[in-house]
Design a protein around this ligand. Structure first.
Ligand SMILES: Nc1nc2c([nH]c(=O)n2[C@@H]2O[C@H](COP(=O)(O)OP(=O)(O)OP(=O)(O)O)[C@@H](O)[C@H]2O)c(=O)[nH]1
Length: 134
C-alpha cells in the first residue's frame, strides 16, 4: 500500500496536522493530510486528489521529502511524504477531521502516528539545514 502524505506549511513555518477520525486505524492520532494512492495514479496525482478531497485545496507544487516503509502489525505500507510548497485555497476540514497548524519543533511527537514521527524529524532537520545554509 502506497500512502501519500502532504506537509503543508504556512507563512510562519507551521505545518498542518489532521486528526484521524474515530473508528479508523490509529483514531485520534494526528497525521499529515493524504491517503492511499489508487491504481494507475501517479504519486503526485494521488497527493493532489487527497488534498482536494480532504482540505479543498488545489495543489500547485510539491517536492518529495522522504518515503518510509512502515509495518503496522503485519500491515505494510510505504508512507511517501512530500513537502507541499504551493497550493490554492484555504485548507478546510472537509471530512470532519480536526486540523491544527503547529511549528514542527513544538509538535509533541506522542500525538503523531508512529510512522509520522521520523517524517516530522526529517522535516525539522531539512528546515534547520536550509536555515544554516547547508
Ligand atoms: N493519510 C495518512 N495516513 C497515514 C499517515 N501516517 C500513517 O501512519 N498513516 C497510515 O496510513 C494508512 C492509510 O491511511 P488512509 O488515511 O489512506 O486510510 P484510512 O485508514 O483512513 O482508510 P480509508 O481511507 O480506506 O477509509 C493508515 O493506516 C494510516 O494510519 C499520514 O501522515 N497520513
Amino acid at each position: 500500500m502506497h500512502v501519500m502524505a502532504g506537509l503543508l506549511r504556512d507563512a510562519d513555518g507551521r505545518v498542518l496536522l489532521a486528526q484521524r477520525p474515530p473508528g479508523k486505524h490509529l483514531a485520534g492520532m494526528w497525521e499529515f493530510p493524504g491517503g492511499k494512492r489508487e491504481p494507475g495514479e501517479t504519486p503526485l496525482a494521488a497527493l493532489a486528489r487527497e488534498l482536494r478531497e480532504e482540505l479543498g485545496v488545489t495543489l500547485q507544487h510539491a517536492e518529495p521529502l522522504v518515503a518510509l516503509p512502515w509495518n503496522y502489525g503485519g500491515h505494510e505500507l510505504l508512507l511517501d511524504a512530500w513537502r507541499v510548497e504551493a497550493w490554492i485555497g484555504e485548507p478546510r476540514p472537509l471530512e470532519g477531521q480536526a486540523l491544527q497548524w503547529q511549528l514542527p519543533a513544538l509538535v509533541d511527537m506522542a500525538i503523531l502516528t508512529p510512522a509520522d514521527r521520523p517524517i516530522l524529524q526529517t522535516l525539522i532537520e531539512a528546515c534547520s539545514a536550509a536555515a544554516s545554509g547547508r
